[in-house]
Design a protein around this ligand. Sequence first.
Ligand SMILES: [Zn+2]
Length: 182
Amino acid sequence: MTRFIFTEKPSENPEFPLFSFDIYVTLHKALNRFPELATVPIHVWIQRKQKPLACISIDDDKHDIFLHSVLNHPDTPEQVIEYILIHELIHTRVPSREVNGIMKIHPPEFFEEEKRLVPERELYWAWIYIHLNGCIYPDKKHEGTIVKRNWKKSISGHRLSLEEFKRTFCIEHVLPTKQLLL
Ligand SMILES: [Zn+2]
């Protein structure tokens, strides 16, 4: 059975990765935290025509991770993409469940696991939030983040490295009080 966290499917025309790192090496690094997935084929797709910033489709015999093309840039830090991949992979380990009568894609144990695997997650979210500001908005219903259709109009060209970013911004002041989700 396929469990779509969002209703994305692989496009017939996925984008070529423009990252300065090999996305499959990064996926491999992320998968080091998921020994239970050692035999499951996992593909990463970069797509222009998808709503979520990132999502995963979980199948019995394979998983597909989808990244929005707004992330596809040579200056997007590898750690940010690795964090996003880890977040999506946690969905294979921590299923959705009802919390106080409401079905939650990200129940409390999801965040515990994310914090355990990616202690610096707030830095990565702050980077995403500052660099994609104006291009993304929260999707309350699906507990995710949607990329605006006209994101190209709002995106600024320059992307800071994480080191530059840490020197320039104070993370606590950057992040909104509301939880940001993938
Ligand atoms: Zn998620």
